[in-house]
Design a protein around this ligand. Structure first.
Ligand SMILES: [Cu+2]
Length: 170
């Protein structure tokens, strides 16, 4: 809804200018991208964003790459009362005139084999690959360890999320 708002309004509503950034290729627009600082020694991290498809045909996020880590597309979901994380090996469909939101507790970009810890305040770059739209380079500002959203105030899902990270088998 705020995508086309004047910049001043966007800045008032959102936490910072970085969040107003959009990354485009063809009919695909990626926005609200952010990542999260990783604890010392961790070799995995996560990125979140929203993908919009303005086209009349469905597209598919098939994978990605980054110079600081390997990139996988993951989903977290409740299965028999237990939070499970799995890799979406066939990628993720983005419906025509639709959007897909990545967020803690749901879809996420998983960074594996991290070459360095992700630190709050830096911005990491990853390229997402779409079946039709092609590659989209996305910049993700890194928020604090345990952040629940882009510069979120309150709403702490830290316990749940870090538990999931530890429980993940690579
Ligand atoms: Cu994951």
């Amino acid at each position: 809804m705020t995508r086309y708002a004047p910049l001043a309004l966007a800045l008032a509503c959102l936490a910072g200018p970085a969040l107003a950034q959009e990354f485009k290729a063809g009919d695909i627009t990626v926005d609200k991208a952010w990542s999260r600082a990783t604890p010392k020694g961790a070799d995995i991290g996560a990125g979140y964003l929203t993908i919009h498809n303005s086209g009349a045909a469905a597209d598919r996020l098939t994978g990605g790459s980054a110079d600081f880590a390997a990139v996988e597309i993951h989903e977290m979901k409740m299965d028999n009362g237990v939070m499970q994380m799995r890799q979406l090996k066939d990628g993720l469909a983005v419906p025509a005139h639709g959007e897909v939101r990545f967020a803690p507790g749901g879809y996420h970009i998983m960074f594996t084999h991290l070459k360095k810890p992700l630190s709050k305040g830096e911005t990491v770059k990853a390229t997402l690959t779409f079946e039709h739209a092609g590659p989209v380079m996305v910049e993700m500002p890194v928020e604090a360890l345990g952040a629940a959203g882009p510069a979120a105030k309150g709403g702490d899902t830290k316990g749940m999320d870090m538990g999931d990270m530890k429980g993940m088998k690579m």
